[in-house]
Design a protein around this ligand. Sequence first.
Ligand SMILES: NC(=O)c1ccc[n+]([C@@H]2O[C@H](COP(=O)([O-])OP(=O)(O)OC[C@H]3O[C@@H](n4cnc5c(N)ncnc54)[C@H](O)[C@@H]3O)[C@@H](O)[C@H]2O)c1
Ligand SMILES: O=C(O)C(=O)C[C@@H](O)[C@H](O)[C@H](O)COP(=O)(O)O
Ligand SMILES: [Zn+2]
Length: 371
Amino acid sequence: MADISHTVHVALGERAYDILIGPNLIDDAGAILAEKFPGRRFGIVTDTDVAKAQLPRLVASLEFSGLTFSTITLPSGESTKSWEHLQTVVEGLLAAKLERNDLVIALGGGVIGDLAGFAASITRRGMDFVQIPTSLLAQVDSSVGGKTGINSPHGKNLVGAFHQPRLVLADLSALDTLPPRQFAAGYAEVVKYGLIDDPDFFEWLEANHAEIFAGGPARGEAIARCCAHKARVVIEDEKEIGVRALLNLGHTFGHALEKDTGYSDRLLHGEGVSIGMVLAHTFSNRLGLAPGQDSGRIAAHLRKSGLPTTLADIPGILGSTETLMAAIAQDKKVSRGALTFILTRGIGQAFIEKNVDPAKVSAFLEEMRSQ
Ligand SMILES: NC(=O)c1ccc[n+]([C@@H]2O[C@H](COP(=O)([O-])OP(=O)(O)OC[C@H]3O[C@@H](n4cnc5c(N)ncnc54)[C@H](O)[C@@H]3O)[C@@H](O)[C@H]2O)c1
Ligand SMILES: O=C(O)C(=O)C[C@@H](O)[C@H](O)[C@H](O)COP(=O)(O)O
Ligand SMILES: [Zn+2]
């Protein structure tokens, strides 16, 4: 009997699914999948680090339940979210003779989830997939909501599809092997939910920070609260016609910085979001929208978590402001050439602002570079 501490239902009609959260769920995956998907075969997609740390548990579980599966293992890291590795996954699924009704399992962080989910969406015109997120970031954000895709030399996540998973299994014990820098990066997305529209959650995070980082019960609660928050938004606006864009807080700056640093470990996605959220608050302050003390409080909390909060925290030399502005111009929220930013009136008061003046963004970036 699986030990499920929290269940979040994503009520999307015929695309509805559950997020199951609990310790040791990878060990229970075989039994859960055999019951939910009888007679189906599985293609596991993972990366080399997760293959060492977590794949043996999944393999043992699937074998114990008598399931048939094959495995595709890719290099770890953001640069794997590429055309090249998309091809590797799609061709690997076809070579394994997986049929349209078989399932892809994404075992890993957000890179594997986004890539494997996208491969599932296009292989044989669409296969089902299951998310088994193993990073904090993937458990609180990327495994939920169906955004899948890869990066382009033109920008972050510019090629992809909305494709919801059939099930999410978030195994809390998997986080025991996650490197501390990766845990911190995922925590930036946790903080994001508080900053968007839940100031009580942000306060709760401030109070429970030590327990979340130490792996106490507050960690599971934080993950469940993030999933419930994201599920609410996705149910309301699955394809980001409106309110879902709030989940992009910090990402317009963050994605430009990730592109600028070559999708490398100079700047992890969550680290870019951390800097981007502080920039979004400071920019809102410069526009006269938000009080200055909020960005200080947010930056202090992120720094305490081991996260970067300024452009100067990024190792190496950053591209010019023009280069960053060119990356921002490729953001998917751009409409009729106009920039959209998630701005804020303070902690928990984010809003979508269309038609942001690029000259103001550029001047703000110049100011931030000189600090
Ligand atoms: N689709 C979405 O809604 C969404 C949301 C947020 C982020 N993302 C995407 O997610 C990606 C970032 O995801 P991430 O932070 O998980 O990075 P990641 O997938 O690169 O994983 C982080 C690193 O930790 C390793 N790792 C993961 N789990 C581990 C474990 N349990 N034990 C040991 N090592 C482990 C991985 O091998 C990798 O090296 C970005 O590409 C971002 O754009 C997508
Ligand atoms: O699910 C969403 O919607 C998000 O914006 C969540 C983000 O944390 C995530 O990084 C997402 O991949 C960004 O989406 P994009 O559309 O800006 O590429
Ligand atoms: Zn993100």
